[in-house]
Design a protein around this ligand. Structure first.
Ligand code: AMP
Ligand code: TRP
Length: 331
C-alpha cells in the first residue's frame, strides 16, 4: 500500500483554509493509502510559543484530527516530538542542505520579515525538518495546500541528492495539491491567503467559531464591484466565497451559478454561513466528546507505529553514512 504523510503546526487557530486545502483530502485519501498525520510541534517552536498554550494546542489539534474525520483505526496520528528520529534525520539532512536552498524559501522570507532581528536558526532550517518528517516514512504522496509546494520541491531534491551520494534509501515523494481549495483567501482581503497568523481575525473562519461569529464574518466579508454571482478570476472576493460554498456542498460550478442567478451578495453570504455552520456543528460536538484517556491512547498508539517505521529508515541512513558507533542497534 502506498503511503501518505502530512502535518499541521499546533499554533494559531485552525481555519477553513486548513480544512479545505489540506485536511479534507487527508480524509478521503486515508482509505487508499497507509496514512501518517502528524502534529508538527517542533515546527511550531521555530517561532516563540507559550509552553502551556502550546501543550494545550497540541492536544486540541490531535482531537480535531479525530473529530473532523481522520480515523485512528486506519490512520496513524502522532506528535512529532514524540518520535526522536525526526530531529536526528533533520540534523543529517542539514549536512547535505545548502544555505542558498534555504535562503530561497518564500515562507522563511515572509516569516523572517515579521521576526526582524530575532530570526531563529530553527526558522531558517524548518524545511530540512519537514523533509525529515516526510522521508522517514518512505512517503509516496504529501497532501498539502499550495503554500507548501516549494518545501516539497526541496524535500525531493534532498532525497535525490542523498540517494545519489549514499545509495538508494529514500522514496522521492510527490506533492498532492488539490485542484480546488489549495488557496482559500482571506474574507477581508481576497488577494491574501486565509492564514492562522492573520491579524485581521474576521478574515478567517476558525473551525472552533460559534454560529454567531461565522454569520458575522461572512456578513462582513468584502465583495467585488458588480452584482453577479459567478466564478470569475477577475472578481476574486466572490470567487473565493463561491469556492468555499462549492467545497462544502460538493456541488458543480454550473449548478451553483444557476442557483444564485438573480440573488444578491447578502443572500450568498447568509447561505454560505448556514452551510458552514451546519458543517462545523457535528465536528464541534464530536470534539467535546473525545475524552483525555481516549486521546492518550490514540497518540500513544500512533507514536508506537510511527516510531517503528522511522527507526528502520534512520538505521539504514546511519549505516550508509558510516555512523557506526557502539550502540548501532539504537535508533
Ligand atoms: P499551516 O496553517 O501553515 O500549518 O498549514 C497547514 C496546512 O493547511 C498546509 O497543508 C497548508 O498548505 C494548508 N493551508 C494553510 N492555509 C491555507 C489556505 N488559505 N488555503 C488552502 N490551504 C491552506
Ligand atoms: N510546513 C507545513 C505547514 O506549515 C507543516 C509540515 C511540517 C508538513 N512537516 C510536514 C506538511 C510534512 C506536510 C508534510 O503547513
Amino acid at each position: 500500500m502506498k503511503r501518505i504523510f502530512s502535518g499541521i503546526q499546533p499554533s494559531g487557530n485552525l481555519h477553513l483554509g486548513n480544512y479545505l486545502g489540506a485536511i479534507r483530502n487527508w480524509i478521503s485519501l486515508q482509505h487508499e493509502y497507509e496514512s501518517f498525520f502528524c502534529i508538527v510541534d517542533l515546527h511550531a517552536i521555530t517561532v516563540p510559543q507559550e509552553p502551556e498554550i502550546l501543550a494545550k494546542k497540541i492536544r486540541d489539534l490531535a482531537r480535531l484530527y479525530v473529530a473532523i474525520g481522520i480515523d485512528p483505526k486506519v490512520s496513524t496520528i502522532f506528535v512529532q516530538s514524540d518520535v526522536a528520529a525526526h530531529t536526528e534525520l533533520a540534523w543529517i539532512l542539514n549536512c547535505i542542505t545548502r544555505m542558498s536552498e534555504l535562503e530561497r524559501m518564500t515562507q522563511y522570507k515572509d516569516k523572517a520579515k515579521k521576526q526582524r532581528e530575532n530570526v531563529g536558526v530553527g526558522l531558517f532550517d524548518y524545511p530540512a525538518l519537514m523533509a525529515a518528517d516526510i522521508l522517514l516514512y518512505q512517503t509516496d504522496l504529501v497532501p498539502v495546500g499550495h503554500d507548501q509546494k516549494q518545501h516539497l520541491e526541496l524535500t525531493r531534491d534532498l532525497a535525490i541528492r542523498f540517494n545519489r551520494d549514499y545509495g538508494e534509501i529514500f522514496r522521492v515523494p510527490e506533492p498532492f495539491i488539490p485542484k480546488l481549495g489549495a488557496r482559500i483567501m482571506s474574507l477581508q482581503d481576497p488577494l491574501k491567503k486565509m492564514s492562522k497568523s492573520d491579524e485581521e481575525a474576521s478574515g478567517s473562519i476558525n473551525l472552533f467559531d460559534s454560529p454567531e461569529d461565522i454569520s458575522k464574518k461572512f456578513r462582513r466579508a468584502v465583495t467585488d464591484s458588480g452584482t453577479e454571482i459567478r466564478f470569475d478570476d477577475a472578481r476574486p472576493a466572490i470567487t473565493n466565497l463561491l469556492m468555499i460554498y462549492q467545497l462544502l456542498t460538493d456541488k458543480q460550478t454550473e449548478e451553483i451559478e444557476e442557483h444564485f442567478i438573480g440573488k444578491g451578495y447578502a443572500h450568498l453570504k447568509s447561505e454560505l454561513a448556514e452551510v458552514t455552520i451546519e458543517f462545523l456543528k457535528p465536528i464541534q460536538d464530536r470534539l467535546r466528546a473525545i475524552g483525555d484517556d481516549e486521546l492518550d491512547r490514540i497518540l500513544t498508539d500512533g507514536c508506537t507505529r510511527a516510531e517503528s517505521i522511522a527507526a528502520g529508515t534512520l538505521s539504514s541512513v546511519r549505516e550508509r553514512m558510516g555512523l557506526k558507533g557502539v550502540r548501532r542497534a539504537r535508533h
